[in-house]
Design a protein around this ligand. Structure first.
Ligand code: PEP
Ligand code: MG
Length: 585
């Protein structure tokens, strides 16, 4: 058994086989099959073998022209492996004995041979494994080709990777039943991690070289509470984790009771908690967190499924369904926040020298509005009951807001001409996440209906720290004096113009920072659904007035570590019981 350590970023414990994902490779669909499917899987294998034989023959012909008879040594070995029949028989046997699909069987066999050949001393012989791997991968590719567009499914595995781009993560996590996630790198506020949390997938990141130390097929335990990852654990360890898992489940069950309490602090300050979602399917999870609205729908994740967000009609159906599901609570729909770390579909084609400061989000919208107009029209139509609002990301200046409002007006007129109803007023808001936008707030009384603070980007741009880069993550800190002062300023400026302000960055869902925000005067919090119970537990057991006093003092610190230490000390000193429950795990 090997134990690795990392940072827990999504709570829970998972036990399953590892699947090491290399973005250069295709995902291999893994499916358990019934006895009835053995023959059809076998036929798929035979078709792939036929295609492979044809290809090997063609390659051999081409190579022979270029290299003469030596070429036989390269390709001949693979043809021989197929002709001898032992390897094919082994694949067939694995499908039938292990009841798994052909792709999975091929991976298992490849892993087996890689392990065997690694132990061989003679390097020439050891390299023979390349022939086997190459052949098995060709069979995999031909299975995909025979099937048309592949739809990978990662069922019941723990995904291990160096890092995964958010678009890939959405694609992988929305299919199959992913049990856990282990990343060698990653950023705590990266969308991959956010997605894992929302889908309640236990995750650990910053596990040094996890993707090279763990092999596909290894038995893994991922402890998203302590940040430990165990490779091939012994029975005793498995049992102790099983007990821990049960304890955690019963803790969650008990914590759920706070959902019945009113949304109010001990001294009567009201607050509202809502959920951030990335994929429409996540709305199903919300029921278990009480009746909450959607404070942030990151619609750009729709673009990970090619074609889904293409048409107004398809988007309309998705948005209307979500608005109905959370009614009468709000659905805050953020327009496509594409660009920089969110490279999706057609938007991935415009590389810029400094994407984090380039054409992104509403900048793209205003530069090339056609695609976004479709989204606006779909959203306006979907607001049947008046609970849908539109939120614009990464706004820099008031001129952008004026242009956006004009486009929304034009979209409404177009819809009317087309005879499509938009009976309700749809409130329009902006994200405050570019530091410069903070100073716009006093001028926004007539320009916006509501505001939403994106603390993830706000901190990144305020402190010039890439939120996805682990080597600078020590500088990404919410207790930095600039962050504290900015958050205070946003809260008081929004109150002065009498606008509702929501906080939807990750700080809203993390215990101490959420308490800090409450003490700063914020009342609307939108977070990863998995954090709702914990934040409600904390908020309903503290005094708002006490938090205000502590926050007032926070302004005076020049050092972020002193400020953080002071805040935590005050909280734990005043409410010791509130925080001991967390350390149970
Ligand atoms: C943020 O920046 O805080 C935010 C909520 O938006 P995103 O994480 O999608 O950039
Ligand atoms: Mg943002």
């Amino acid at each position: 058994m090997i134990k690795l350590n990392g940072k827990s970023v999504s709570p829970g414990i998972a036990t399953a086989e590892a699947y090491v994902y290399n973005p250069g490779n295709h995902i291999v669909p893994r499916r358990s099959i019934s006895g009835k499917e053995h023959d059809s899987e076998s036929r798929r294998l035979q078709r792939s073998i036929q295609t492979t034989r044809r290809q090997l023959k063609a390659i051999a012909g081409n190579l022979k022209d270029a290299m003469g008879d030596d070429s036989a040594l390269i390709i001949g070995t693979q043809s021989q492996l197929l002709d001898e029949g032992n390897l094919v028989a082994e694949i067939e046997k694995t499908i039938r004995a292990d009841h798994i699909n052909v792709e999975w069987a091929l991976t298992r066999i490849e892993d087996k041979y890689t392990k065997i050949f690694q132990r061989i001393q003679d390097p020439t012989f050891r390299e023979r494994v390349n022939d086997i791997s190459d052949l098995l991968q060709r069979l995999q590719r031909n299975l995909r080709r025979n099937k048309g567009k592949s739809t990978p499914s990662l069922s019941n595995v723990i995904l291990v990777a160096r890092d995964i781009a958010p678009s890939e993560a959405a694609y992988l996590m929305s299919r199959g039943n992913l049990r856990g996630l282990v990343l060698s790198e990653g950023g705590e506020t990266s969308h991959t991690v956010i997605l894992a949390r929302t889908l309640e997938i236990p995750a650990v990141m910053n596990v040094e070289r996890a993707h090279t130390r763990i092999r596909s097929g290894d038995a893994l335990i991922v402890d998203g509470l302590s940040g430990e990852v165990l490779i091939n654990p012994d029975n005793r360890t498995r049992q102790s984790y099983h007990i821990k898992q049960e304890k955690y489940a019963s803790y969650l069950e008990r914590s759920r009771q706070v959902l019945t309490l009113p949304d109010r602090t001990l001294d009567g300050r009201d607050f509202t908690l809502s959920a951030n979602i990335e994929l429409p399917m996540e709305v199903d999870l919300l029921q278990s967190y009480g009746s909450v609205g959607i404070g942030l729908f990151r619609t750009e994740f729709l673009l990970t499924d090619p074609g889904v967000a293409g048409s107004e009609e398809e988007q309309f159906q998705i948005y209307r369904n979500l608005a109905r599901r959370v009614y009468p609570k709000p659905l805050i729909l953020r327009t496509f926040d594409v660009g920089r770390d969110k490279q999706y579909g057609t938007f991935a084609q415009h590389p810029e020298p400094n994407p984090a400061l380039g054409t992104m989000a509403v900048r793209l919208f205003l530069k090339d509005p056609e695609f976004f107009r479709i989204q606006i029209k779909a959203a306006l139509r979907a607001n049947e009951s008046g609970n849908l609002r539109i939120l614009f990301p990464m706004v820099t200046e008031i001129e952008e807001i004026h242009s956006l409002r004009r486009i929304v007006g034009e979209c409404r007129e177009e819809l009317e001409k087309e005879g499509k109803k938009t009976l309700r007023e749809t409130p329009l808001g902006i994200m405050v996440e570019i530091p410069g936008a903070i100073h716009l707030i006093p001028h926004l009384e007539n320009a916006v209906d509501f505001l939403s603070v994106g603390t993830n980007d706000l901190i990144q741009y305020l402190l010039a720290v890439d939120r996805n880069n682990p080597s600078v993550s020590h500088l990404y800190n919410p207790f930095h004096p600039a962050v504290i002062r900015s958050l205070l300023e946003i809260s008081s400026a929004a109150t002065a113009i009498n606008k509702e302000i929501n906080v939807c960055g990750e700080l809203a869902g993390q215990g101490f920072t959420a308490l800090m925000l409450l003490g700063m005067g914020y009342t609307h919090f939108s977070m990863n659904p998995v954090s709702i119970i914990e934040i409600k537990r904390l908020f309903t057991h503290v005094h708002y007035k006490f938090l205000c006093r502590v926050v007032r003092k926070l302004r005076t610190f020049s050092s972020r570590s002193d400020a953080e230490e002071y805040f935590i000390e005050q909280m734990v000193g005043k409410y010791p019981d509130l925080f001991t429950q967390q350390s149970l795990f």
